[in-house]
Design a binder for this molecule. Structure first.
Ligand SMILES: NC(=O)c1ccc[n+]([C@@H]2O[C@H](COP(=O)([O-])OP(=O)(O)OC[C@H]3O[C@@H](n4cnc5c(N)ncnc54)[C@H](OP(=O)(O)O)[C@@H]3O)[C@@H](O)[C@H]2O)c1
Length: 334
């Protein structure tokens, strides 16, 4: 059986940690593994019972690999991905750098895994916020043609990386001990997040949309290959550790009944339909599916409402990358 020489760039981060754990848990066939971080602080990871020290990446070491997972930041992906792809190395990128690049397939394997091919060795994984919507409603879109989506997100703090999550813990502890709110000095977020929420994820454009809102809309259209869908998004950060939730109103072209929608949701790959209960961040964390619940008719014709949820660190990032690698292994292991 083919085993792969892999590298994880950003191994010491939130997504990197989950990715390493999933590669091991899902028994991805690894011959050798290299783990990289910024190299600014000492950091270690554990893989298959062995402890590795992370170091800063360099082109020469990365060139010895066959699959490189990029889970660090846009600059690092920009610096290495295409240079490695030119040498025939698969690059699976979780940053937003290449998601909308025409040369790069934006992949969720259950939806468009067939686009993975040897001519495009840089592959992007999508923004973690749109994943529950993209996966959960993919079959509905295929069968009933979704025309309009209105969605508000409830995004976990780990979606903004380790410093943001540490800020949530630090700010919460300060409030519980001393009864006052203060934004942690290490926080990359615009406000204190402990016991707070704010409708800002990224910076605002000239129309008033945040970066995250624009990403959800553009990336969903690319993944579903449906540029005419109308999508309105409000992205909100909430003081939750992991799992992004979304409240969506969805209008289709074709008619349906609630029971016909239920049947479609029950058959949607990668999704779990919950009929008499609903998902919360605590009951979905570290699970592989996205969840569809609270299905009900909307106020206007052919519109329904749903509550969607999915672990941003799993299906929203690390798991999706591992599934892309599994698809590469299935198609190209010689
Ligand atoms: N968090 C999510 O839910 C999520 C979901 C989808 C996509 N993503 C994307 O996944 C990537 C990682 O996110 P994260 O949440 O895991 O962030 P994070 O917790 O802040 O981790 C960032 C990682 O990148 C490393 N790094 C920073 N600068 C580097 C450099 N110059 N060279 C090599 N490594 C460097 C860091 O190393 P040090 O430890 O040494 O600083 C750390 O390992 C980002 O591109 C993010 O947009 C995240």
């Amino acid at each position: 059986m083919k085993k792969w020489k892999i590298a994880v760039v950003g191994a010491s981060g939130m997504v990197g940690g989950e990715l390493i754990e999933l590669l091991e848990k899902r028994k991805f066939p690894v011959e050798s593994a290299l783990f990289f971080s910024s190299g600014k602080n000492k950091s270690f990871v554990k893989f298959k019972g062995k402890k590795y020290e992370c170091s800063a990446p360099d082109l020469k070491s990365l060139c010895d690999c066959e699959i490189v997972f990029f889970v660090s930041n846009e600059e690092v992906s920009e610096k290495y991905a295409f240079r490695l792809a030119e040498k025939g190395i698969w690059c699976i990128d979780d940053s937003s750098r290449f998601r909308m690049d025409k040369r790069v397939p934006l992949i969720i394997p259950e939806i468009n895994g067939e686009l993975i091919n040897e001519k495009n060795k840089v592959i992007a994984g999508p923004n973690c916020t749109l994943t529950p919507l993209a996966v959960g409603c993919a079959l509905i879109h295929k069968k009933l043609k979704i025309k309009e989506i209105r969605v508000s997100t409830y995004q976990a703090v780990s979606g903004a990386g380790r410093k943001a999550l540490n800020s949530l813990f630090e700010e919460s502890s300060l409030f519980l001990k001393k009864s006052f709110y203060r934004k942690s000095p290490q926080s990359p977020l615009p406000h204190p997040i402990a016991f707070n929420i704010f409708p800002q994820v990224g910076s605002f454009d000239y129309l008033g949309y945040s970066g995250e809102e624009n990403k959800v809309s553009a990336e969903l259209k690319k993944i579903w290959n449906s540029k005419n869908i109308k999508i309105s998004v409000t992205a909100v950060r909430v003081p939750v550790v992991r799992t992004h939730c979304l409240s969506a109103w969805i209008k289709t072209e074709k008619n349906w009944t609630i029971s016909s929608l239920e049947k479609i949701f029950l058959n949607t790959p990668g999704a779990k339909y919950l009929k008499n209960y609903y998902s919360t961040p605590l009951n979905t964390a570290k699970t592989c599916e996205v969840y569809v619940s609270r299905l009900r008719p909307g106020a206007i014709e052919k519109e329904f409402a749903v509550w969607l949820a999915g672990d941003n660190l799993y299906k929203g990032a690390a798991l999706n990358s591992v599934q892309i690698a599994e698809e590469i292994n299935r198609k190209y292991a010689k």
